[in-house]
Design a protein. Structure first.
Lengths: 164, 164
DNA sequence: CGCCTATCGATAGTATTCTAAGCATTGTAT
DNA sequence: ATACAATGCTTAGAATACTATCGATAGGCG
């Protein structure tokens, strides 16, 4: 069980730390993507929500938060920006008046075709020289680490089930 | 060369996106670590600098920025906090009066033994169920993605050479 | 020397994200 | 039915990190 256990000193080298590597990876993707999206007038924060809504329009704010992986207050702020940019409209639910459903505008739907190629290109650059098998391993293990820590942190995140 | 190329639609599922997974991983580590460090009165931001300085005391602010992976203005702010917390002192270089060397205080050095076990524990939790080989793959590929994107972003980051 | 450029650090201003706490609405149990 | 708890969203306030820019020092070259 304690198979992969390491001495504390091991983690004094940042490149041995998955948290550190994840942070750098996240920022590197962010910077590369930012440049391309900015040309279309879209921020990274907006893009994250658009990506989810393109696939599943009409989610509530809470569902959105969990899909995107941000806290609810952050979602509120982000949605304000999206609404001001005329990319989404918010509709109060009829059955449960606490809920607010978020819907894309035609303008936002049109962005899908324009933005996704840039996303694919950033990924192409980032993943250059990696095999399909290696990529599968990386994704599976990151999901596992997220799940391991989420359980420990008592967090609620929406991720695909891995124990079907 | 375009071996792993994917259609744009592939990246509409966030769990296919390395950037998304890296962000969640980073945040999950951060939250878990934060709880433990807070008990010792240390913030995550401070911890990042301490880890580097424990191994290499007396770096300049620019060197620190690159080792830690943050921009210089962020480092300036962070060092102010560290100085106020009496964890570092800053000394102007004699040879080159532009430079400022950052040195740990005894208090900061004492924290090393207290903090590292918590870091190791968070890693133990996060990495549960992963083999040594798998971990090596993950780290190697994240470093590769970071390097791929850094080159493309014209970024300067200090990472171990991988083409000796 | 005297000027131009590069480097190091600091500042100003903004964007992002979080925690903690609050309101309104709904569900539940007595 | 009424009180209590849970849910969904919002607000307030703070921390973190960024871009753009500036001031001071150092190095190179005429």
């Amino acid at each position: 069980m304690a198979r992969g256990a390491r001495k504390p000193e091991f983690y004094e080298d940042p490149t041995n730390s998955l948290g550190y590597l994840a942070r750098l990876t996240f920022r590197a993707f962010g910077r590369a993507l930012q440049k391309r999206l900015a040309a279309k007038g879209v921020t990274i924060g907006q893009w994250r929500f658009l990506r989810v809504l393109w696939v599943e329009d009409g989610l509530t704010q809470r569902e959105l938060s969990r899909r995107v992986g941000l806290r609810e207050p952050t979602t509120v702020t982000a949605l304000k920006g999206l609404e001001k940019a005329a990319l989404v409209v918010r509709e109060q639910s009829e059955e449960d008046r606490r809920r607010v459903h978020v819907h894309l505008t035609p303008k936002a739907r049109r962005l899908r075709k324009q933005l996704m190629p840039h996303v694919a290109e950033v990924n192409r650059i980032a993943l250059k020289g990696m095999s399909e098998d290696e990529l599968q391993t990386v994704k599976r293990l990151l999901l596992k680490a997220i799940a391991n820590l989420a359980e420990h942190n008592d967090d609620t995140i929406d991720l695909p089930d891995e124990t079907p």
